[in-house]
Design a protein around this ligand. Sequence first.
Ligand code: HEC
Length: 147
Amino acid sequence: MEAQTGPAKKGDDINNRFIFWSLTAVFFAYSGYVWTLGTAAPQSAMATDQVKHGQQIYQQSNCTACHQFYGLGGYMGPDLTNVVSSKGAAYARAFLINGTERMPDFGFNDEEMDDLVAFLEFVDTMGTYQAPSYQLSWYGTVIALDE
Ligand code: HEC
């Protein structure tokens, strides 16, 4: 093979221009394509006012102190990511009505409980969380177990 030295030849110029304009055309074509896709979120991803209010109550009441979403939060109570689909809205609501020995009774009114349950339902539609099953080795590291 011949090593290229000296000034660029005419053929190289044409080649570079061809590559430049091809890439430019691809860039605009792809940008146009992405633009036509729009930014509308699927309906299920839109939080209603009720859901937003439920989230507000969830935050103000500091439910996260004891509960988790996707395994993140406090660990006194169970993970709530999929509580509605696995155990039902009525079941979740039952805990809000009176609390339990370990969960406080927040004294919510009916509307507040509806909004909280709507929020939990909304979170549930976002994904599923399964606590990973694992074993601890004798020296304290985690060994993941496939189910
Ligand atoms: C002081 C800790 C604490 C706080 C704060 C708390 N919880 Fe709980 N919650 C618990 C415990 C513990 C349980 C499990 C039942 C039991 O052992 O009494 C529970 C159970 C639940 C359950 C049933 C879950 C299941 O899978 O059985 C739901 C739903 C729930 N809580 C919702 C909430 C919501 C919503 C809030 C905030 C308004 C909240 N909790 C605040 C401690 C708490």
